[in-house]
Design a protein around this ligand. Structure first.
Ligand code: NZQ
Ligand code: ZN
Length: 387
């Protein structure tokens, strides 16, 4: 097992009717920015619940943080925070609102041009000055409620860039599984597939001796396969909703990545498809993942075979099982309402490979993946195979 340090200070408050605990979680006498997205929290009553719970607190609201949050929008929130002397941010939303708030939190005290946080991928280490924030999660998917990363889009240049660091963990996150009742089917499907792919990024690498990490990763995959199709049909079923929500958090709170290699190239390529075509984050992963596993088959076949045996009970030679495991993954993605070809999502698909390879070369990303062997040629092959 590789050496590792594990640090995760986010307090999770999980369960029904937990939003009422907000007054015990936010700092006493804090002036709070309540940050939210396009307005779903007004329709499903979460906005009311938050305001009732925080009655008596001085609150300034900032809405309109879009899916795949824009740097340009977030900078407006930074200006409001400075003008209003706000000292705590409460993100109420999915990954986009939470990621957006992470950026706002870093940008408010940042000395210099905040765009450099993204362009220079500044690392905010433990102890760095950032504005504290907490979250009320409304969409299980990204794990952003319990991790220290964020992905922000610069609208002007159509770039989707990530940043983070151990100063960027939420102080707390309220995870109430009943919030998923109001999610459209499409977003429930996205949540399952985003979390599933988060596990695969940290699991489908090469055989290693992190046995426990593998078993935890496999149990998250099995739970998502068990509850995923059902929760889309029955989001009010609390057993399904709670297991779905906790699986998403566990898939990307850092735990299964410790002491083992990880890949993340599916995400890096997928982010470009969102930047280029506006395809939902999870749906880009369903397009890229299977072709990446196929192109990188020689590197990944040992783990693909383990995955095929333990998750899908496949039999045969390791080579056969590894191929069949990719096919089973595609079948699961289809069951979850995903399309797995770019041409099914846009007519303008043929420019994707050139665009992505050029972007990666400009950024000096010449060696991705767990073995650093996903070169620009491989990226091209992966993208073209996904057409
Ligand atoms: O904006 P509102 O009106 O709230 O509507 C949202 C949005 O339209 C809606 N929604 C959220 N909760 C709802 C709801 N609708 C009804 N009822 C509810 N309870 O769902 C839509 C999508 O929301 P969004 O936050 O964009 O989705 P998600 O949580 O999937 O986040 C995606 C973003 O997270 C990034 C992605 O790149 C993307 O920008 N990621 C962040 C990661 C991280 N921080 O660790 C890792 C991920 O891999 C990912 O890259
Ligand atoms: Zn993701």
């Amino acid at each position: 097992m590789l050496n590792f340090e594990l640090y995760n200070p986010t307090k999770i408050i999980f369960g029904k009717e937990q939003i009422e605990k907000l007054p015990t979680l936010v700092p006493a006498n804090a002036k709070i920015m309540l940050a939210y997205g396009g307005g779903s929290i007004f329709k499903n009553g979460i906005h009311d619940q938050v305001l009732q719970s925080l009655a008596g607190f001085d609150i300034v609201e900032f809405g309109g943080i879009e899916a795949n949050p824009h740097f340009e929008t977030l900078m407006k929130a930074v200006a409001v925070i400075k003008a209003e002397k706000i000292d705590f941010i409460l993100a109420v939303g999915g990954g986009s609102v939470i990621d957006g708030v992470k950026f706002i939190s870093a940008a408010v005290p940042f000395e210099g041009n905040p765009i450099d946080i993204l362009k220079k991928r500044i690392l905010f280490k433990e102890g760095a000055t950032v504005l504290p924030f907490g979250t009320v999660l409304t969409l299980p998917a990204t794990g952003s409620e319990m991790n220290s990363g964020a992905v922000i889009t610069i609208e002007a240049t159509h770039e989707k860039l990530d940043f983070g660091g151990s100063a960027m963990f939420p102080k707390f996150s309220i995870c109430d599984p009943t919030v998923i009742d109001s999610l459209p089917k499409r977003q429930l499907q996205n949540g399952v597939i985003d979390a599933y792919t988060h596990v695969l990024e940290q699991y489908l690498t090469y055989p290693h001796d992190g046995y426990l990490q593998d078993r935890i990763a496999e149990s998250i995959l099995q739970t998502l396969i068990q509850v995923g199709p059902a929760v889309v049909e029955n989001p009010t079923d609390y057993a399904l909703a709670s297991n779905f929500m906790w699986s998403c958090t566990m898939a990307l709170n850092g735990l299964i990545q410790k002491g083992v290699p990880s890949d993340w190239a599916t995400h890096m390529i997928g982010h470009e498809l969102t930047a280029l075509y506006g395809i939902d984050h999870a749906r880009t992963l369903a397009i890229i993942g299977p072709s990446l596993y196929t192109v990188m088959f020689e590197t990944k076949k040992g783990k693909l075979a383990q995955y095929g045996k333990r998750i899908f009970n496949l039999t045969g030679t390791d080579e056969e099982i590894a191929h069949a495991a990719i096919a089973q993954t595609v079948t699961f993605f289809h069951t979850m309402g995903m399309k797995t070809k770019l041409s099914e999502c846009t007519d303008d698909y043929q420019k994707a490979a050139d665009f992505i390879v050029n972007r990666f070369e400009e950024r000096g990303w010449k060696a991705l993946g767990e073995r650093q062997n996903i070169t620009p040629d491989k990226v091209r092959e992966i993208v073209e195979r996904s057409y």
